[in-house]
Design a protein around this ligand. Structure first.
Ligand SMILES: Nc1ncnc2c1ncn2[C@@H]1O[C@H](COP(=O)(O)OP(=O)(O)OP(=O)(O)O)[C@@H](O)[C@H]1O
Length: 460
């Protein structure tokens, strides 16, 4: 017997929905929504194979809605329905991942053919998803791509360190090399896998916020504290793994408190008098050599030894050039799936450009690059011209000018924050709004820059 597919019709015209229902319900399970919001709700709950989506809905445009449907997992196949053949809308919809479109009034033969094709596509996609999951299970490590010997050594070390429940693991490597992914790998392979994995970026917040985030606080601990108090991440992660990113940025006082937690397995929340017990493993990350910083007095030695029982060094992408193309192909698949696109691979020129680029932002930069191309372009392969925005090696980097840096101070005085914002804005413009370059230019960890760009409303 043919399998019944789930089809969701999102359209505000009741007679039109009823007509489509009559055509489809003999062979399929049909659901209806008269608004976008209702459509999202049903789709979230019912996971339809196919959505017939009107472009002109009362509460939001079908074009806005489309990416939200495509983000859902499993992602449904979507066919757009439009009142007139507005070519601009249709092109936009296909770019955003719609499989096809139908124009009202719908011609029955064309309708049947489109539905049949769309359901075939949905079926194939599900099969590909299922096979992909199987392959990932076989390899054991979800989403970790790389065959370079240094990378494989790091992976082996991570898997071995996961056997221990408590040993501190320090992961070092430049921004975007995959430190957090490794931390998750250690967690999911460890005896703590059934408990939470909680990440905190120690560079992104002020010391006070980090302290209250980590340790939580009791009622009325400080002005602005929530009346009922707040549970700290140490407790949220209880039983599991706490991932401390950019650990070098922890204030010395917090370093001391954290050391006590590791030694005594208990702590006081901010403003609290009752001790809380906690059982966690800490995996931390740093994009500089933490031992060197420790020797310079920027990090406590005793804490370093606790955190770095095992040290894993991740190579930059430049140091493992043979992994660039396999990673690019992996991301093409990921974003084909996300945006409903059908890129098959890379043209020789695109391969060349990707291998020649210096990848200062490492795997994250490569992933963003491929996402941008898959989202914006529609071709069989990723082509050289799609990658025009990658600067050739050595070009586009801010050149050292040897100029002395001077600041014009206004008569009426200026707040340090205002000055910081101004400098970040100028640097961001100078570096062509490239975040990795700006971070290097300002000698800031990328996370810190991202946080500040957001804080000052320069980017969201
Ligand atoms: N080997 C890999 N295979 C697949 N995806 C990867 C790999 N390495 C990194 N990524 C992806 O690249 C992006 C950046 O990785 P991640 O956030 O783990 O880097 P990071 O070193 O922790 O960065 P930061 O120092 O800025 O916090 C993520 O989307 C991650 O999934």
């Amino acid at each position: 017997m043919r399998e019944k597919h789930k089809i969701l019709i999102v359209d505000d015209e009741t007679p039109f929905r009823s007509a489509l229902r009559r055509l489809l319900e003999k062979n399929h399970i049909v659901m209806e929504a008269e608004t976008g919001a209702k459509g999202l709700e049903i789709s979230e709950r019912e996971e339809p194979d196919l959505i017939l989506l009107d472009i002109g809905l009362p509460d939001m445009s079908g074009l806005e809605l489309l990416p939200r449907f495509k983000e859902q997992r499993p992602s449904p196949t979507v066919v757009m329905i439009t009142a007139y053949e507005r070519i601009k809308d249709v092109v936009m919809a296909i770019k955003r991942g719609a499989f096809d479109y139908l124009v009202k009034p719908v011609d029955i033969d064309e309708f049947e053919l489109t539905i049949q094709n769309a359901l075939e596509h949905a079926g194939l996609k599900n099969e590909v998803d299922r096979l992909r999951q199987q392959v990932q299970k076989l390899h054991g490590v979800d989403r970790l791509v790389g065959k370079d010997p240094k990378f494989l050594d790091a992976q082996m070390l991570a898997i071995k360190s996961a056997q221990s429940r408590d040993a501190g693991v320090l992961i070092q490597g430049a921004s975007g090399v995959g430190k957090e992914l490794f931390a998750k790998l250690i967690h999911t392979r460890s005896p703590r896998a059934a408990y939470p994995f909680v990440a905190l970026n120690c560079a992104a917040f002020s010391t006070e916020i980090i302290e209250s985030e980590l340790f939580g606080y009791e009622r009325g601990a400080f002005t602005g504290a929530k009346a009922e108090g707040k549970e700290g991440l140490l407790q949220v992660a209880d039983g599991g793994t706490l991932f401390l990113d950019e650990v070098v940025d922890l204030h010395p006082e917090i370093q001391a408190k954290l050391l006590r937690v590791m030694e005594e397995k208990e702590f006081y929340p901010v403003g609290g008098t009752r001790k809380k017990k906690v059982d966690i493993r800490i995996v931390s990350a740093c994009n500089q050599d933490l031992w060197q910083l420790t020797e310079q007095g920027r990090f406590r030695k005793d804490l370093f030894f606790r955190l770095a029982t095992i040290r894993i060094d991740l190579p930059s992408l430049r140091e493992r050039p043979d992994d660039i193309l396999p990673l690019a192909l992996f991301f093409i698949e990921e974003f084909n799936d996300k945006y409903g696109k059908r890129f098959r691979g890379l043209s020789p020129r695109a391969e060349q450009l990707l291998t020649d680029h210096s990848w200062p932002g490492n795997v994250r930069e490569l992933r963003n690059t491929i996402e941008r191309v898959v989202l914006l372009e529609n071709d069989e392969n990723v082509l050289g011209r799609h990658l025009h925005f990658l600067s050739p090696p050595g070009k586009g980097e801010p050149e050292p000018s040897g100029e002395r840096f001077t600041v014009g101070l206004p008569q009426e005085g200026i707040g340090l924050e205002e000055m910081e914002k101004e400098i970040i804005l100028k640097a961001y413009d100078k570096c062509g709004k490239n975040k990795s370059k700006t971070a290097r230019f300002l000698r800031l960890p990328r996370h810190v820059l991202l946080y500040r760009l957001k804080k000052y409303g320069i980017e969201d």
